[in-house]
Design a protein around this ligand. Sequence first.
Ligand code: ZID
Length: 229
Amino acid sequence: GKRAFIAGVADDQGFGWAIAKALAAAGAEILLGTWVPALNIFETSLRKGKFDESRLLPNGSLFEIAKVYPLDAVYDTPDDVPDDVKSNKRYAVATGWTVKEVAESVKNDYGSIDILVHSLANGPEVTKPLLDTSRKGYLAAISASSYSYVSLLKYFSPFMNPGGSSISLTYLASEKTIPGYGGGMSSAKAALESDTRVLAFEVGRKYKIRVNTISAGPLRSRAAKAIGF
Ligand code: ZID
């Protein structure tokens, strides 16, 4: 069977959960990367059976998650983590959650993966028009929503099985003007799409891994509710 790592699952409402569940239904072993500040509530809800209804698979069994890794995809290595984040209560609950460390943990635990899914985005100023977006907000959107895919591929591709596949989720606002998708999120999706073409070439040649992005339709996930979509 195949093994998949899905980054960006913190509840049962988003694309990441649905993709993980579909891969599980197809027989894959599922590893999740969950944003550190959301880790506690996600694991508690899982344990308490809050997601059991949405864990139901077509064959009547429950979708099993082999392991949940805390992850913050805006930090590549421990050296990149600022002191205020290190000491933050919501981050102190776990260790080893930078991209490089998570990749090392997955490699140590499982040896290899076949499928890498990037289902995460964050734009702190998403409700602001681009014109009113601060430099800090714009760069934060790019860091969490675009560079995070570069970083995941950089650290995971070396132990992905040749012939494997990776995918991220994008949005049409990258190429058409869609008011309301602000804060540099339209820019972030444009970067993600361009990077996908370049990474498909680079990662394809180097590791024989496919790199794709798919433009999603509307889903009332937690992230979508935050922008009133
Ligand atoms: P979600 O909240 O389930 O997933 C986002 C996840 O990212 C959450 O679990 C966060 O905890 C996690 N996260 C945030 N920051 C970090 C970080 N630094 N490190 C690790 N994890 C982090 O929402 P979702 O399912 O909507 O989002 C998944 C992907 O789908 C994202 O790339 C979205 O941009 C993309 N997407 C979603 C939608 C949508 O409708 N939900 C659309 C297009 C793309 C869209 O906005 N018409 C109108 C709008 C849209 C489509 C059509």
